[in-house]
Design a protein around this ligand. Structure first.
Ligand code: SF4
Ligand code: SF4
Length: 325
């Protein structure tokens, strides 16, 4: 187990925000742009015209810091396509955020030196062994680049993990993915593909496959594979209903590339370009989101909800998982 002192530093802020009922995680989709066109995704098709500018991102980070947020997670599209990424993570790090990016790894080896001092965690998406990953990612080089990037990030002393989205194409390769993580001595977190969009329905898991997925991931976790999905979240899926209400909007505020707050998977018209976080949290739209999530019938099974819900409700194992992964 590898907990650093700097990881523990975020705990007081977490507790403070928990008491104030303000999110402690800022998840920022930096861009819709991507250098891949994966079968599991539609982000790369979106328009990129009005993405937040650098000064607007800095302002958002200042404001988030003022609100006591501690964890800045950058997603995409592909964040490494943003030329200003190093400046953004340096700025966030200087403000005291724990910083993290989620990447397809294509540019990781080339850009790691620019960002290594300011990044705490890098999550590389890997969805199967070579031929399966490349099939899902629609690319002949995706697997090779992802592995090279992962190794390079590790060499640079950064915490690295694998995130793997499981759909119909790779449902029979879960053990191989966990084996790949074990071989490279990195943790892996699995995510079932469900409810992403109606256009992707044909490759999403059905209920039967979902149960197969959970049982296998749970078994691997119990059998010394470095699986970091929490048992708590996995069992909540297996039992077909959450043990808990969804606390997603309590613990995480999610921002799209244009600055709009995302409610579950949809953008709202609350925008950080025109509103402070304080005003966003006071708005009727956000209050309704908080209320709605407590009786959400959809239960999306997204890790961002299931894993962090456990942290929010003080489940010891989830907190530990948050700190070590
Ligand atoms: S790498 Fe990520 S953002 Fe890019 S197309 Fe694939 S899933 Fe979508
Ligand atoms: S469980 Fe429901 S409220 Fe929570 S993030 Fe998923 S869809 Fe949204």
């Amino acid at each position: 187990m590898n907990i650093k002192i700097q990881d523990l530093k975020i705990l007081p802020n977490f507790l403070c925000n928990r008491i104030k009922n303000v999110p402690f995680i800022l998840a920022h989709s930096l861009t819709y742009k991507c250098n891949l066109k994966c079968k599991i995704c539609e982000f790369y098709k979106k328009n990129n015209k009005n993405e937040l500018k650098l000064d607007e991102i800095f302002k958002m980070l200042d404001d988030a810091k003022k609100m006591g947020m501690v964890y800045y997670i950058i997603t995409g599209g592909e964040p490494l396509l943003n030329d200003n990424l190093a400046e953004i993570v340096e700025y966030a790090k200087k403000l005291g955020f724990r910083t993290s990016i989620i990447t397809n790894g294509i540019l990781l080896k080339d850009r790691i030196k620019e960002i290594r001092k300011f990044i705490d965690v890098i999550t590389v998406s890997i969805d199967g062994p070579n031929h399966i990953h490349n099939k899902i990612r629609n690319s002949n080089i995706a697997f090779k680049k992802a592995i090279e990037g992962l190794i390079e990030a590790k060499k640079n002393g950064i915490k690295v993990k694998i995130a793997s989205t499981i759909c119909k194409i790779n449902i029979n390769y879960i053990k191989q993915i966990a084996g790949l993580a074990k071989k490279n001595s990195v943790p892996v977190i699995f995510q079932p593909m469900l409810g992403y969009s109606k256009h992707l329905k044909k490759i999403e898991l059905n209920n039967f496959e979902l149960i197969k997925y959970v049982k296998e991931v749970y078994w691997l976790k119990k059998n010394k594979y470095p699986v970091i999905n929490s048992s708590y979240a996995l069992l909540s899926i297996l039992n077909h209903k959450p043990f808990y209400k969804c606390y997603f909007p309590n613990h995480t505020i999610s921002i799209d590339p244009e600055g709009n707050v995302i409610e579950c998977l949809n953008s709202t018209n609350l925008n950080i370009k025109y509103m402070s976080f304080r005003d966003i949290f006071k708005s009727e739209i956000y209050k309704k989101f908080l209320k709605k999530s407590k009786s959400c019938k959809h239960f999306c099974r997204l890790n961002c909800a299931t894993e962090f819900n456990g942290i929010y409700t003080f489940k010891y194992s989830e907190l530990l998982h948050f700190l070590i992964s």
